[in-house]
Design a protein around this ligand. Structure first.
Ligand SMILES: NC(=O)c1ccc[n+]([C@@H]2O[C@H](COP(=O)([O-])OP(=O)(O)OC[C@H]3O[C@@H](n4cnc5c(N)ncnc54)[C@H](O)[C@@H]3O)[C@@H](O)[C@H]2O)c1
Length: 395
């Protein structure tokens, strides 16, 4: 199979695919597209493409709705840079406890005479505090927030988390010593440090607004390494001016935040590490390979995830619209060909659904008929046969 890449995708991902026999940017029509931030909206995506995988979290560079209608799943790699964001959040916490930046500036600016003696004499105003036994409030306990909560425990902090939509995949990773708050108010009232790790959605626009800022302890520090727009920056500056907030550290610059010595801004570098690029590329390559060889869907943004061990010799993956009576019609096709279904999985998300049918037998002379009969069902968008040679040997 041939994979077309855009952008410089890390070698970790490309090697994974090459080692499994994939051509990278070969001459044949591509079976999949692997990319980072390339804008695909104006590119022609050939009919041979069965999957588009983005090494990274955001996917607004991909025409998702057009691809959904063509029965092409689009994947991303959520959490691929979570460790990078976690580590920078730890740096932010330490910067919020100790006046590191001003202390470094002081050391650099102290010149002449006995520098060592002068720095020693004047260092008094750079005394900080410790994170140990302070309370950290973590809003959003997903890929990033769960990691931040856990590492804060190992710094000796008390951690109180809030996430009403906690996903089962991340829930089990959260240390049992993290206190789960019933409301965000509980977190705001208890925390000495508050860090937000939630997605930017319509509902989360200005999630930290004037009302929530007013609930914070006046000595609290607020950290935003999520997205611009989650904190109302103008209101945060007002809270700082009114001494209702001690410090605001954010990865997202904006006009109201500039020239304020109670604000620390980093230029959206939370996920920017060499390792995060490698991790995301490897995740993307594995997801691509898993889908193209076994029909498993993991981390799709437009089709439901179905991730099951491929134990039978054959599977048929059917991407279709989410409308009534699809399963009945699909089952009938197998009945007509006198083929027994070993297992059938079906899930839907929004307007689209995925059905994965596992078979112990699929005689070669039935394959074309099966595919064309399934394709003939209204609302079916794509059909693919997957073969598992290991299961043949096991038979
Ligand atoms: N600064 C960077 O460079 C950088 C890098 C990676 C991710 N991010 C951002 O970090 C954020 C978190 O990423 P993630 O990978 O952990 O996402 P995730 O999807 O794994 O987790 C987000 C969690 O937030 C919860 N949530 C949503 N709305 C909430 C609300 N109003 N209150 C409480 N919880 C809520 C969800 O239930 C989910 O568990 C995202 O905004 C992401 O874009 C930033």
């Amino acid at each position: 199979m041939n994979i077309k890449t855009y952008n410089a995708v890390s070698e970790k991902g490309l090697d994974y695919l090459s080692e499994r026999g994939y051509q990278i940017n070969g001459d044949e029509a591509p079976d999949g597209i692997l990319l980072r931030s390339q804008d695909l909206h104006h590119e022609t995506i050939p009919d041979s493409v069965k999957a588009v995988v983005r090494a990274g979290a955001g996917f607004n560079n991909i025409p998702v709705s057009e691809l959904s209608k063509r029965g092409i799943p689009v994947f991303n790699t959520p959490g691929g840079n979570a460790n990078a964001v976690k580590e920078l959040t730890v740096a932010a916490l330490i910067m919020a406890a100790r006046p590191i930046i001003s202390a470094i500036n002081f050391a650099n600016e102290t010149r002449g005479g006995d520098v060592s003696l002068r720095t020693e004499r004047n260092k008094g105003s750079y005394r900080g505090t410790e994170l140990y036994q302070k309370t950290l409030g973590v809003i959003g306990l997903g890929n990033v927030g769960s990691k931040v909560a856990n590492i804060a425990l190992s710094l000796g902090m008390d951690v109180i988390g809030y996430d009403p939509g906690l996903n089962a995949n991340t829930a089990w990773r959260i240390d049992r010593h993290v206190h789960h708050a019933a409301s965000v108010d509980e977190v705001l009232a208890a925390a000495d440090y508050v860090t937000v790790h939630i997605p930017y959605t319509k509902a989360n626009h200005h999630f930290i607004d004037a009302k929530k800022l007013a609930q914070l302890k006046p000595n609290a520090a607020l950290i935003n390494f999520s997205r611009s727009g989650i904190v109302d920056d103008e209101e945060a500056v007002k809270a700082l001016d009114d001494k209702k907030l001690r410090l605001f550290i954010t990865d997202f610059s904006s006009e109201p935040l500039l020239d304020n010595d109670r604000v620390i801004i980093t230029p959206h570098i939370g996920g920017s590490t060499v390792e995060a690029e490698d991790t995301s590329a490897l995740m993307a390559a594995k997801q691509m390979d898993d889908f193209l060889t076994s029909g498993n869907i993991v981390n799709s943004v437009n089709y439901p995830d179905i991730n099951e061990p491929f134990l039978t010799p054959y599977r048929i993956g059917i991407l279709h619209e989410n409308v009534p009576n699809m399963l009945g019609q699909i089952s009938q096709v197998f009945g007509k060909q006198d083929l027994n279904i070993e297992e059938l999985s079906n899930r839907a998300v929004g307007d689209y659904a995925y059905t994965l049918v596992a078979l112990n037998q699929l005689p070669a002379d039935h394959r074309q008929a099966i595919v064309s009969d399934i394709k003939g069902i209204g609302h079916v968008l794509n059909v693919e046969i997957y073969h598992n040679p290991d299961a043949d040997k096991a038979e």
